[in-house]
Design a binder for this molecule. Structure first.
Ligand code: SAM
Length: 214
């Protein structure tokens, strides 16, 4: 039996799924050893919260596998002073991890019920430096631009608006590609162009246009 704090499974997740798979950023490992992933999944799935897989969060969407959350967090190269735009709040778990790595996270979710779920999850896990919005993330968040980084947690193709809302020297990270074949790509915005680097192949739920309210 696990204690209610799930400390032991969380420690094992960090050691066996993250460190073993090559995650090295100490701040990312520290954040993932603290954020209570079990509070971001439905009660019926709590016992599976720390397993090496994505899990359903409702509305046909998923909370990403712990390794993918860690890898994407690491690739943002955050130091603590940044303002980060996240597209695809989902249940808010990646948001919570990011909030421990930067100054403020601005996160947009297109499905209203998930946006509400993330709000209550993040409140329960006591994350204060997070702003949430229900809307179409393809439009970015003009009001708070420019950002130091943009992270997209659904698969598809980049919106030009994200690069426009990024500072020079900022990073846009996303799973890029058609259908279920994606690859993580990091774009660094330079004064006079973009520097692109490709990383892991992966599969994400799709990036979709418009918002879904009900
Ligand atoms: N990082 C999330 C977590 O920790 O739970 C998982 C995100 S899930 C893989 C991707 C999310 O992106 C879904 O909740 C989906 O509804 C959302 N999404 C897809 N297209 C979007 C868009 N245009 N704007 C905002 N959210 C979008």
């Amino acid at each position: 039996m696990h204690s209610l704090s799930y400390d032991r499974p969380r420690r094992r997740m960090v050691e066996e799924q993250l460190i073993t798979a090559g995650i090295q950023d100490e701040r990312v490992l520290q954040a993932m050893s603290i954020v209570p992933r079990h509070l971001f999944v439905d009660a019926a799935l709590r016992a599976h919260a720390y397993q090496d897989s994505s899990l359903p969060i409702g509305e046909g969407q998923t909370i990403s596998q712990p390794y993918m959350v860690a890898k994407m967090s690491e690739l943002l190269l955050l130091q603590g002073h940044e303002r980060v735009l996240e597209i695809g709040t989902g249940c808010g778990y990646q948001t919570a991890v990011l909030s421990r790595l930067c100054k403020r996270v601005y996160s947009i979710e297109r499905i209203e019920s998930l946006h509400e779920k993330a709000r209550s999850n993040l409140r329960r896990a006591q994350h204060a430096n997070v702003m949430l919005k229900c809307g179409d993330g393809l439009l970015g968040w003009e009001e708070y631009a420019p950002f130091d980084a943009v992270i997209v947690t659904a698969g598809g193709f980049a919106s030009d608006i994200w690069l426009e809302q990024l500072k020079v020297g900022g990073i846009l990270l996303m799973p890029e590609g058609d259908e279920k074949k994606h690859q993580l790509v990091r774009r660094l915005k330079l004064q006079d162009g973009i520097e692109e680097t490709y990383f892991d192949a992966c599969t994400f739920v799709p990036l979709l246009e418009g918002e879904l309210r009900r």
